[in-house]
Ligand binder design. Structure first.
Ligand code: FE2
Length: 423
């Protein structure tokens, strides 16, 4: 006897009429029409069932702070960083925890059950670190929160960042972060990458650096990150986030760079909502899009995930925790409109993100955690098109969120009924 059987599911790979049996919080069996009984059954009527969404790049310490103390007038990354510097001293730990927990509620309702969040360690009080460690503890039953020690003001540029960084890792922050393009010189940027990779190697930690988030085609810290990853044997544990300068790089140089990233086993995390907003702000027309070269990276055999990056904060005035919105924007910006390319965009907010975070027990195989999302869609592509409702969200086999299918009732001359956008 199993705890729950989900009947009549469609899977992301297109298989249909699949039953998923769940026991002790894990997937026990998954096959067409399972001849099993259970304490409870959930017939999902052909709807898409996927593992949960995973956000590989977020800033939970800044979430829901939009407009405090003012809005970003220029819309640039640099004004956003300056604004964040104004805001930090005003924030209290209680406010940090409250805003983060509120966002985690939004995330759960969106089927987003794992988030890698950077946390700024440049405030000597480390209040944000303490706050997000407390949030990580509180949400652990329903959401995997991974924290990255992020020296927002520069590891070498900010006088106390190195010491704060070590303290944050000692307090339990999971991942080594960095921001080489914000150091004073290219040489100091490269030095910060070396120091951080050696630190991660010594401590056995993963690395995820903001890297080359710039329109400057000569910002090439990803090359240094790939070099030290290979030198120190960190393959599979390192990610470069943003990499927007690659958009503007010379094609010949990129043809050398992509194999280096591939050989080093460095993953890439693009942030389409934010980079289409922040990049190219110094351009007249034509304006560059600024997102890194997603289809080319994937074609080179490199893992590429999409992150949400920001929601209602100094850098971004919109957002709601919906990774389908993120994937849809990535799809548009990268012109990934082919069938396989759209599947890759979905994977960039699910399977690939999970692999980059190193999540245990993620997936749709027997033995995986029964962490599942039932979408009001018949396929991955329909889910992307409609940003479908998350009808049920399950964590360890328990329903933790549910929502009705959205319906509009038409009243037209001579015709009325329900609008159904599904094909
Ligand atoms: Fe970021």
């Amino acid at each position: 006897m199993t705890d729950l059987i989900i009947r009549n599911a469609r899977l992301p790979d297109g298989r249909s009429n699949i039953d998923i049996a769940i026991a002790d919080g894990r997937i026990f069996a998954l096959a067409p029409r399972l001849p099993l009984t259970a304490n409870a059954e959930l017939d999902v009527a052909g709807n898409l069932v996927t593992p949960p969404f995973v956000d590989a790049h977020f800033h939970m310490d800044a979430v829901l702070s939009y407009g405090i103390p003012r809005v970003n007038q220029s819309g640039t990354l640099l004004e956003g960083i300056a604004l964040w510097g104004e805001l930090k001293p005003q924030l209290t730990q209680d406010a940090w925890i409250k805003r983060a927990l509120r966002y985690c509620d939004w995330a759960v309702a969106r089927g987003l059950l794992a988030i890698r969040s950077h946390v700024d360690i440049c405030d000597d009080r480390l209040l944000a670190v303490e706050a997000l460690l407390e949030v990580r503890r509180q949400v652990a039953p329903y959401l995997d929160l991974q924290l990255v020690a992020f020296p927002q003001d520069g590891l070498l540029r900010s006088p106390t960042a190195m010491d704060n960084f070590r303290r944050a890792i000692g307090m339990g922050v999971d991942v080594v972060g960095g921001i080489p393009h914000f150091e004073r010189t290219m040489a100091e940027g490269a030095e910060s990458v070396r120091l951080l990779c050696e630190f991660a190697s010594a401590k056995g930690l993963r690395v995820d650096m903001h890297c080359d988030e710039s329109d400057d085609p000569l910002s090439r810290h990803i090359e240094t990150l790939a070099f030290h990853t290979q030198r120190l044997g960190l393959q599979g544990r390192v990610a470069g986030s943003h990499l927007t300068s690659m958009h503007s790089m010379d094609n010949y140089y990129v043809s050398k760079l992509l194999p280096l990233i591939r050989e080093a086993g460095v993953a890439v995390i693009a942030n389409p909502l934010i980079n289409i907003t922040l990049q190219g702000r110094h351009d007249s027309y034509p304006k560059r899009r600024g997102m890194t070269r997603v289809p080319e990276l994937i074609a080179a055999g490199i893992d590429v995930a999409f992150g949400h990056d920001c929601v209602l904060d100094p850098w971004y005035s919109l957002g709601s925790g919906d990774m389908l919105e993120v994937a849809q924007m990535g799809l548009h910006v990268a012109q990934m409109t082919g069938q396989q390319a759209m599947q890759q965009c979905f994977a960039a907010v699910t399977d690939v993100s999970a692999r980059i975070l190193g999540l245990e027990g993620y997936g749709l195989e027997p033995g995986c955690f029964a962490d599942l999302v039932v979408l009001d869609a018949g396929s991955v592509i329909e889910a992307l098109r409609l940003r479908s409702a998350r009808r049920y969200v399950l964590r360890r086999g328990q329903i933790i969120s549910q929502a009705p299918a959205p319906h509009a009732q038409l009243s037209l001359p001579g015709r009325s009924g329900i609008v159904d956008f599904r094909i």
